[in-house]
Design a protein. Structure first.
Ligand SMILES: [Zn+2]
Length: 68
């Protein structure tokens, strides 16, 4: 499944979500403020961290939501 980047309209938080194609069309809940007023950014973060340093070292996500 692709990883999409979302931005919260309320608090401006950007976060990534690993979602199916179907779920990607729906609003995702902001991990920061819980708002569902989010939008999907055009950029698709195509990679998944597996062969790099090993662990869940996501450069943009500090809340751990990427580890779904
Ligand atoms: Zn938010």
């Amino acid at each position: 499944m692709p990883v999409y980047e979302y931005e919260c309209r309320d608090c401006g938080k950007r976060f990534e979500r690993l979602v199916s194609f179907r779920e990607a069309k729906e609003a995702q809940e902001c991990p920061e403020c819980g708002s569902r007023s989010t939008r999907k950014l055009m950029s698709v973060v195509a990679s998944v961290r597996k062969d790099d340093d090993g662990v869940s070292s996501c450069p943009t996500c500090t809340s751990g939501v990427c580890n779904l």
